[in-house]
Design a protein around this ligand. Sequence first.
Ligand SMILES: [Zn+2]
Length: 67
Amino acid sequence: MSDVRKCPTCSGKAKYSEKNGEITYSAIEDEEAFKKIVQLKKALANFTEKIKTLEAEVETLRQGQSA
Ligand SMILES: [Zn+2]
């Protein structure tokens, strides 16, 4: 079970663990940030795809008007 506490050095979210009296904090914000970046990249890829589709539609309309 992970014990999430405030990191004493960067005051960010960190997993607190104590083993043989030794306390360690491992940052979890990096993992969360990485997941967010992956999500943003996916969203951006979808968005780019939509823009391309719209551009193609606009181009088709333009050609239809000039003809
Ligand atoms: Zn920290």
